[in-house]
Design a binder for this molecule. Structure first.
Ligand code: HEM
Length: 179
């Protein structure tokens, strides 16, 4: 018998069996042999997709702040602001980035996602964005995603698993963009 109050939640989102609704969303189907090897090399499996889908509601709840932090990081390099102002606007990009981030957490990684990411890569090539800035921009994005989900996780193991799954999906996106 315990009078302890404010106990941390004991149910882990990692060990809780995904229910049918979650499992039917999950799909890891990429047909290009080279990409299949790259996926195997980083150890991305459907377990990672289940986990990132479980994290999605937290990302969605904080998406405004995540994209604000992302674009705030550009302020240090005027060249990036100039690129945005000549091709688009921060407000427009915030909308497309929100959509893109939520799509990355939808439990799927298929040929369609590969094409979508290649389209985004192509846009960045067209606007003359150097790869180093693209890579630099990913870091504050990753950090705000980690900060967003961490309070909802209960154990150290769970946090490590979540960080691994998120970095795997981001890493795969980077591989496709930089190819
Ligand atoms: C477009 C994501 C880095 C500038 C886009 C789009 C997405 C995206 C999803 C929309 C594509 C579409 O219209 O379908 C990302 C991600 C980045 C990144 C995930 C890195 C983590 C950057 C950086 C700049 C930038 C560092 C700095 C200049 C732009 C511009 C467009 C664009 C100007 C719009 C181009 C146009 O509308 O023609 N990006 N981006 N992006 N991005 Fe990025």
């Amino acid at each position: 018998f315990s009078f302890k109050k404010n106990k941390k939640p004991t149910t882990s989102i990692l060990t809780t069996q995904p229910d049918h609704d979650i499992l039917k969303e999950i799909s890891l189907k990429v047909h290009e042999p080279a990409l299949q090897k790259q996926i195997n090399m980083i150890g991305l499996t459907t377990n990672d997709l289940v986990l990132t889908l479980k994290l999605r509601p937290y990302i969605q709840a904080n998406i405004e702040e995540i994209v604000n932090t992302f674009y705030a990081s550009f302020a240090l390099e005027q060249g990036l602001i100039d690129i945005i102002n000549s091709y688009s606007s921060i407000d427009r990009l915030k909308l497309t980035l929100k959509k893109h981030i939520l799509e990355s957490f939808n439990g799927r990684f298929t040929d369609e996602d590969v094409s979508r990411i290649r389209r985004i890569a192509h846009i960045h090539v067209k606007i003359g964005l150097e790869a180093k800035w693209y890579m630099a921009a990913f870091q504050p994005l990753l950090v705000s995603v980690i900060k967003t989900v961490e309070p909802h996780l209960t154990t150290k193991e769970e946090i490590v698993e979540a960080v691994q799954s998120v970095t795997k999906i981001f890493n795969l996106e980077q591989q496709i963009v930089l190819e």
